[in-house]
Ligand binder design. Structure first.
Ligand SMILES: [Fe+2]
Length: 206
């Protein structure tokens, strides 16, 4: 079974960025719903639980044809939300120097990376997510995905995301998605982002 555990973030300390109500509904209703639906779909298909969700997302051809669309939707919903909540921190930390160096190499500067990420997320049409991903050559790119599509389906490895579905921000920010993005960018745990980069770096460039 795919895991849904109680959130480890201190709600109060994020109040200035994400209000308690939004965080609570987002985590305990939306994220939970995707997790439970995914589990029930896989169970209905009598699918082998030995495969973990990331493996499934990288190998979608092994998913049963029946209900595949719905499985992909909920698998994406599970993985995208898992990364979003994993990325958030309630303790302010600086980005590791090694990551800054990497970002500079890929986007010229950390500030330009921030700007490009926020602009891409502001421009996303409808519901979806903006991701920092690694491509097959470990190059970093910023990509948008709509609805619950996940970069794994397109051969990318996501290492950071911001959810831009309206349920992520509307209660506090209303239409001001850009303000939500600028604020939430400041509570991304870049130590974790770098950890994911290292864990997924290809054997060739290690
Ligand atoms: Fe969400």
């Amino acid at each position: 079974m795919n895991e849904y555990e109680k959130i480890k973030l201190d709600y109060d300390s994020l109040e200035d960025i994400i209000d308690d109500k939004t965080l609570d509904l987002h985590y305990n209703v939306h994220y939970k719903k995707y997790t439970e639906k995914l589990n029930s779909l896989l169970q209905d298909e009598n699918f082998n639980y030995g495969y973990n969700p990331i493996f499934l997302a990288k190998n979608i051809d092994i998913l049963p044809i029946q209900n595949r669309d719905e499985i992909l939707y909920n698998l994406g919903g599970y993985l995208n939300h898992s990364l979003y909540f994993y990325n958030l921190t309630d303790k302010k930390k600086d980005a590791p120097n090694d990551l800054i160096e990497l970002i500079n190499k890929n986007f010229s500067s950390f500030e330009l990376f921030r700007e490009e990420f926020i602009n891409m997320a502001s421009d996303l049409k409808g519901s979806g997510y903006t991701f920092l991903v690694m491509d097959k050559n470990d190059k970093l790119r910023i990509v948008n995905m709509t609805n619950q599509d996940t970069p794994y389906y397109y051969g990318f490895i996501p290492i950071m995301t911001i959810d831009v579905w309206e349920h992520s921000y509307y209660l506090k920010y209303f239409y001001d998605r850009k303000k939500y993005l600028s604020n939430v960018f400041n509570i991304i745990d870049f130590e974790k982002v770098y950890g994911l980069y290292l864990a997924n770096k290809s054997a060739i460039s290690k």
